[in-house]
Write a new protein. Sequence first.
Length: 362
Amino acid sequence: MKISVGCYLLMLGQSLIFVSCTTNSKPTSSLKFEQDSPHCVTGIPSRFSGKVDSIATVTTSMGKGNVKMVKILGGKFEMGSNDFNDAKPIHTVSVNSFWMDEHEVTNAQFAQFVKETGYRTVAERPLDPSDFPGVDPEMLKPGSAVFAMPDRVDGLENPLQWWNYVVGASWKSPEGPNSSIRQKENRPVVHIAYQDAEAYAQWAGKRLPTEAEWEYAAKTNQHNKEIYYWGEEKTENGKWPANIFQGNFPVKDTGEDGFIGLAPVKSYPANAWGLYDMEGNVWEWCADYYRPDYYQSSSVDNPKGPIDSYDPQEPGAVKRVQRGGSFLCNDMYCERYKAGSRGKGEVNSPTSNVGFRCVKDI
């Protein structure tokens, strides 16, 4: 079984496990890991640097959170991909102009939100025993799913080989109770459920992007037929333009892109709009409900998704769209970082590779 991108909940006997696509791994001496930097990874050429001035508009800080937003000029584009069944058919869509955060919401930004509002994320709240009949209530303690790189795996059908439900894991303790976001303030916030992202967006005076807005911004109005949002090849002159998983998933991440696990925001070149990390690093929540058949009847003018959620793989789960892939994406296992592909996540299942960014109407 190939795990769905995003997350879902499994109950096996008396065990409660949240599952997704995420990682936190041990650093090697040649890789950046503990000390985050707001600058691009040394030596990675900006393949987009020659394009940015041509269409990017001046960025400005707006709303709470103190992050620059980029003005995305509206237009038409070809949405979808022929490489993924739930992204067919490719269809012409138009979107209005909007503002978009230049990078994913960071730990520092989310900490400001929590400080001002006292908000508690889904991962920090007690679980309701009535939602999990047959499970020992003692096991229903707040926590979230954390990737644990195994020494070996017996195939890729069972994601429980590399996923652990960690009591006490949350946005402020990404690996569990003994971890923190100290010196990681510039990394994208993770362990974020859909309602957490929505609450932050409302506080900031913004909203979550629609799936169409997200893809339009990622494609920069010119990458309609390329394999990746950045072009046709995975690398340029041997350099990686995004934070994904290199090596033998899930047992060995070689870190060729400069990082094992999460990278600080803006560690890689911006796209032509001036947006960072639109692929890899963390999955990003979108406002749309997820249905694999939605493109067959999608509106062509500013589509906002179906009126309800349905995933035949998990008919009882309410899911929203996630986009962009994460640092765990690898062609062996999770190819949904490619252009036009779609992700999905159960709305109440936070994981350590899911975050978000916000948009604002013009």
